[in-house]
Design a protein around this ligand. Structure first.
Ligand code: HEC
Length: 148
């Protein structure tokens, strides 16, 4: 939200929430649970350590641990959404934010998979992200910098 006029942001949020009501709940869930930090457009605030999801999140899905990492990101795992809602949100999000980088054989997240990954949550976010970034760079899919 840094750099946005608060009033303009509130109008954008309201317009987007109105959209969301007609488009289905994953978008609304994103607006209510994620957009406050990652932005409505998923641009994040990389300078403050909030990663950009747009043009980036799809790359993570090329590796099994990247797929798990997305669910186990703190704001995802700890959200108040149920497992099924979170699976729906993520399935919507990856197509919305990064269609160009999705693996061709992508399987949707299921509620059961999300539940299991949340239970097995791991905390070493930065070290794990660095490992994923190195593996993805080797595949020609360089991740954006985390920022901080
Ligand atoms: C309170 C702010 C906040 C909220 C709310 C939040 N996130 Fe995040 N998110 C972050 C931060 C900060 C990181 C980096 C984690 C770290 O540095 O420990 C992150 C990391 C991520 C990552 C890993 C991306 C990468 O490139 O490393 C994904 C995916 C993600 N968030 C998605 C979401 C989704 C989906 C939601 C809503 C369900 C959400 N986040 C809610 C702040 C937030």
């Amino acid at each position: 939200m840094t750099g946005r006029a608060p009033i303009a942001f509130l109008f954008a949020l309201a317009a987007s929430a109105a959209d969301a009501a007609s488009l289905g709940s994953p978008r609304l869930d994103y607006v209510l649970n994620c957009a406050g930090c990652h932005g409505l457009d998923g641009a994040g605030v990389p300078a403050k350590g909030v990663p950009r999801l747009q043009g980036n999140i799809g790359k993570l899905l090329h590796l099994p641990d990247g797929r798990a990492f997305v669910v186990q990101a703190p704001g995802v795992s700890n959200s108040s959404l149920g497992h099924a809602e979170l699976a729906d949100l993520l399935n919507w999000l990856v197509v919305e934010m990064d269609p160009a980088h999705l693996p061709p054989d992508l399987a949707p997240y299921t509620a059961g998979e999300v539940a299991e990954l949340r239970r097995a949550r791991r905390s070493e976010y930065l070290a794990r992200r660095a490992e994923l970034a190195a593996a993805l760079a080797a595949r020609g899919l360089p991740l954006d910098d985390h920022g901080s």
